[in-house]
Design a protein around this ligand. Structure first.
Ligand code: GCU
Length: 337
């Protein structure tokens, strides 16, 4: 559902108000009777994640005769991802989309699915994530006891590449001495360094201004984010490093999920399956539209010298697999399970 921007901005800036909601829940549920859940998203209303999850909310409302629904709050209006993670954990917000990078900070096992080249392409990634075997299911449930968070599934971020304010990139040498914005995790710092740059961790919503003001010279993301966030306006050189197939997770407060009756939980699972399918289908077209839109806005898309990046990226993958479980998850994914 579309929100009135002024009202939403007011809610977002009222940190105290969010704090006050903590523990009390955001709505009228908690005992199986249902509620309209609030979902924190950092994307615009044009992004496939907004479209698919907004439709999920409406379908859920219909299939549960209005007992449950989902209100998607776009554009970080409920907080940037690191904050949203905390808010879902404490129950002030019910659901969120968070990047794999954020979950690494709670359980390092998530790192395995964020490594360069763990997934060959989107199809491979979604095959593993949307048909979770034992290991992946355990990973999805691994934050329930510690953080009161359940992962309900994953949405692709597509393949991530570098873009800059200063020119096309062909090899790591072109990024020497340049500051690249990264998502907030150690792995992402190491990836930026492997690409040749110096890393600056920063929230997604701060990046347009960061690029515009010269706080950073470069960033990395998929074409859809590059276009919908309008980053192409301030960083018009997109270079296909394809260093990682990125993964978003949809998370929900575990108590909230467990408060659903069996019948409503079945409706929720069905709604999620449809949302996942819609998102996956929308992604290809959204990527093409983003390339066309950014090109019309003056951006250029160029190929890189893949071989010049591959050794350093492979070394990062090796460095960040530290435990047997991470190795098992990585091997599992490589085998397409
Ligand atoms: C993608 C991803 C987001 C993530 C963002 C980022 O857009 O879908 O979940 O927050 O990249 O780079 O921060």
């Amino acid at each position: 559902m579309k929100k009135t921007p002024i009202l939403v901005a007011g809610i977002a800036s009222a940190g105290l108000l969010l704090g006050a909601c903590s523990g009390g829940g955001s709505s009228d549920g908690g005992d199986g009777s249902g509620s309209t859940m609030r979902l924190a998203l950092n994307q615009t209303e044009e992004h496939p994640s907004y479209i698919a999850l907004d439709n999920f909310g409406q379908a859920l409302e219909e299939s549960t005769d209005g007992r449950w629904g989902i209100d998607v709050f776009p554009n970080e209006t409920l907080g940037a991802q690191a904050e949203a993670l905390q808010l879902v954990s404490d129950g002030s917000v019910d659901m969120a989309v968070v990047s794999g990078a954020q979950l690494e900070n709670l359980n390092a096992d998530f790192t395995a699915y964020n490594l360069p080249k763990v997934f060959t392409d989107i199809d491979h990634q979604m095959q593993v994530i949307n048909n979770p075997g034992e290991l992946t299911s355990e990973l999805f449930a691994s934050l329930e006891e510690s953080n009161n968070l359940t992962v309900i599934g994953g949405l692709t971020q597509g393949s991530r590449s570098v873009y800059t304010t200063f020119g096309a990139v062909e090899s790591p040498a072109d990024l020497a001495g340049k500051k690249m914005r990264v998502q907030e995790s150690d792995l992402n710092v190491a990836i930026a360094e492997a690409l040749g740059a110096a890393a600056t961790p920063m929230a997604y919503g701060e990046l347009y201004t960061g690029l515009q003001s010269g706080v950073v010279d470069a960033a990395e993301n998929n074409e859809v984010s590059y276009f919908t966030q309008k980053h192409f306006e301030v960083a018009p050189y997109f270079s296909y490093t394809n260093h990682v197939v990125g993964l978003d997770y949809v998370i929900i407060n575990t108590d909230k999920l467990e408060s659903m009756s069996d019948e409503d939980r079945a409706a929720f699972d069905e709604g999620w399956a449809a949302a996942w399918a819609e998102h996956t289908e929308l992604w290809t077209q959204a990527t093409q539209d983003a390339i066309d839109g950014a090109t019309a806005g003056g951006a250029t898309f160029t190929e890189v010298d893949d071989a010049a990046f591959s050794d350093a990226l492979a070394a990062v993958a090796e460095e960040f697999i530290k435990t047997d479980n991470q190795q098992a998850l990585y091997d599992n994914a490589r085998e397409g399970q």
